[in-house]
Design a protein around this ligand. Structure first.
Ligand code: ZN
Length: 431
């Protein structure tokens, strides 16, 4: 199976644009029935009738994360409450959660998008999948599960955790596909090797679909090799998504040529966050997403805060839809350290260039008499001796990449936390 839905996935771009405009107009009319959005339109003096052609999309108001939080739980609902069949939300450990609600139709659209993603990534009906994204309020578990089932693969819903059992099931059922966060994939590989299981010889894993957190190319390479994906003729696919637009929605295809998103269901804009103009093709900007198909809580022109480069060209796999070809960071993850913006993913990029260092690391932001300090705790890989010259070299590289001083603190193997879900890489010890 090359495509899940060839008609839509390969639709000529001019036709796709027409579909997007028609759906956008329809969505604006739906959303206008919601008091919050009507108010937002009124404030800028725009009505749904003002949106007629492609350029008019820019007249529509944005939605921000704080809008979802301030209107929790149902203030942004545009659909009919009687039709709602599912409720998800972010964990909200730092405050009010960000909600997302779904009608049966919304869940169908979501499963369709994920099914397209999995087939694009190489999934087959014959695959046996251990689905280890957590089932719960977090959108990952169910989003993956229904997409996998839609394709017709055999899903073992292990959820996250229970690492010994995950490994046992992989052997007993000859599991071919593993899904979960990238950090969990790295952790499973580490435990396998510790238990004397060689993933290349003893397991059959050929594909990994991993999402829920940013993943550097370096970490992807390590997972590809350690879990045997590459050796078994497949590879790791990175997933993109966020609760505010419905959950996980995009994925790498087999060409590893950027993360595909589905234009018939999601309208993508890439804006310069200062001028709010479209960036030139190939330039980085803030990703803005409109959910074109959802009924219950469609979000209009959502300012994701994600810095990305998007390509609107057709992929070599034949799919005509836009792709995130570079993910440069999520604003929520950004740290402000002594006036400098630091993305934890930059630290991972530098560290994992060195095969001597394991993928377990922790960034600590501290405070020394009012001055912010940055330190990264690292572990060596098994059987490697690290000396001061090496540490000094890594500190130099971090400094040149982050443009701020960052100490390296070497810890013994096993000292740093491992993660079964989303990794928590930052410890902020500032007042
Ligand atoms: Zn592709």
């Amino acid at each position: 199976m090359l495509f899940y839905n060839e008609h839509w996935e390969t639709m000529p771009q001019d036709q796709l644009k027409e579909v997007q405009l028609e759906k956008f107009k329809k969505q604006v009319k739906r959303i206008y029935g919601n008091a919050f959005y009507k108010n937002r339109f009124d404030e800028i003096g725009v009505t749904p009738d003002d949106i007629k052609n492609w350029e008019d999309i820019k007249k529509a108001p944005y939605t921000f994360k704080k809008d979802l939080r301030e209107n929790y739980p149902l203030g942004l609902m545009s659909g009919n409450w009687d039709e709602v069949v599912r409720i998800h939300m972010t964990s909200g450990t730092t405050g009010v959660p960000t909600p997302m609600i779904y009608t049966k139709n919304d869940l169908d659209v979501w499963a369709e998008c994920m099914a397209r993603n999995f087939v694009a990534g190489g999934l087959k009906k014959s695959d046996i999948v251990q689905q280890a994204h957590g089932y719960g309020l977090f959108t990952g578990g169910f989003g993956f599960h229904y997409g996998l089932e839609r394709v017709g693969a055999k899903v073992i819903p292990t959820s996250s955790g229970g690492t010994e059992r995950q490994l046992r099931l992989m052997q007993e059922w000859s599991t071919t596909v593993f899904t979960g966060t990238p950090s969990y994939a790295a952790y499973i590989a580490e435990i396998a090797i510790e238990r004397g299981i060689d993933p290349v010889k003893d397991l059959k894993l050929r594909l990994g679909f991993h999402g829920g957190e940013p993943c550097s190319d370096e970490l992807r390479q390590r997972i590809d090799e350690r879990l045997g994906y590459k050796a078994h003729g497949g590879g790791m696919r990175v997933c993109y998504g966020l609760t505010e637009v419905g959950g996980p929605i995009g994925m790498d295809c087999e060409s590893i040529n950027g993360i595909h998103l589905w234009g018939d269901h999601f309208l993508l804009e890439v804006l310069d966050p200062e001028t709010l103009e479209d960036v030139e093709a190939g330039k980085p900007g803030e990703l803005v997403i409109t959910n074109l198909s959802f009924e219950a809580m469609p979000i209009l022109r959502y300012r994701t805060g994600d810095r990305v480069i998007v390509s609107f060209d057709t992929c070599e796999c034949g799919r005509t839809h836009p792709r995130i070809i570079r993910f440069l960071g999520r604003v929520d993850d950004m740290l402000l350290v002594s006036g400098t913006n630091v993305f934890p993913s930059q630290v991972e990029y530098v560290l994992l260039q060195h095969p001597e260092l394991s993928e377990n690391w922790q960034l600590v932001v501290g405070d020394n008499k009012g001055l912010h300090t940055l330190k990264v705790e690292v572990e060596p890989v098994q059987g490697v001796q690290i000396d001061n010259t090496f540490v000094a070299q890594v500190e130099k590289e971090l400094h040149s990449y982050l443009e701020i001083t960052c100490k390296v603190d070497l810890k013994p193997i096993g000292a740093l936390s491992r993660f079964e879900g989303k990794a928590i890489r930052v410890r902020d010890e500032r007042e």
